[in-house]
Design a protein around this ligand. Structure first.
Ligand code: DC
Length: 205
């Protein structure tokens, strides 16, 4: 089964996708990390034509053979990746890689345009959502810093990601919207697993 998880910044997509993939024994593909790695490559002066990105077991990201996973959570890359993601040439390049991985079958892929563009035929599409305040609280708990600034940065990024002309963030018409406000990661995982079971039962019919 191909599972697409989309949603705004800091909604818990990576956390859910990773644990869902672990429980199901599926491949975990964090496409946000791929855009972050592309932004890192840009900062290192690597031209798009020479971009060599690979996704390994456990969602680790290799850039030109180097494991850059730990560098990608740097908050500096939040905005840089969102800016770069507006560029259609960059998207085309990354979507190609993502589709190739998705063609393999059992996969949990998270991002902004997975259910709408990358895997429009995914068997299960989840749109993960939480209020802006809740998402900012989660980021603040992880990173510390100034709450108002974190909230403003999330708003700015969501605005850019959902208003760009190419592949804007929006729920696919057939996505199930999961509101995670006030829920723990374990509760969200349990809900997602129920959706997987429902889909399996439906597909087996
Ligand atoms: O999920 P994230 O915060 O790691 O993603 C970083 C940025 O990458 C996000 O602000 C927009 C872009 N992105 C995208 O345009 N399409 C995706 N499928 C995933 C991420």
């Amino acid at each position: 089964m191909r599972i697409a998880i989309d949603g705004p910044a800091a909604a818990g997509k990576t956390t859910l996708a990773r644990s869902l993939a672990e429980v199901l024994g599926y491949l975990f593909v964090p496409t946000g990390a791929m855009y972050r790695a592309a932004a890192l490559a840009r900062r290192r002066g690597i031209p798009l034509e020479a971009l060599d990105l690979r996704v390994e077991e456990g969602g680790r990201i290799l850039l030109g053979g180097e494991d850059v996973t730990e560098l990608l959570s740097n908050p500096e890359l939040d905005d840089l990746s969102s800016q770069l993601a507006v560029d259609s040439r960059v998207r085309k390049r990354l979507v190609e890689v993502q589709r190739r991985i998705g063609a393999g079958g059992d996969v949990v892929m998270e991002g902004r345009d997975i259910g709408t563009v990358v895997l429009p035929d995914a068997e299960l599409k989840i749109y993960l959502w939480a209020t802006e305040e809740e998402r900012a609280r989660r980021r603040h708990r992880e990173q510390g810093g100034d709450f108002a600034q974190i909230l403003a940065a999330i708003r700015r990024r969501d605005e850019r990601d959902s208003t760009r002309p190419d592949s804007p963030l929006r729920p696919a018409p057939d996505a199930v919207v999961l509101d995670t406000t006030g829920k723990t990661p374990e509760e969200v995982l349990a809900q997602a697993l129920e959706l997987v079971e429902e889909r399996r039962a439906h597909l087996a019919r």
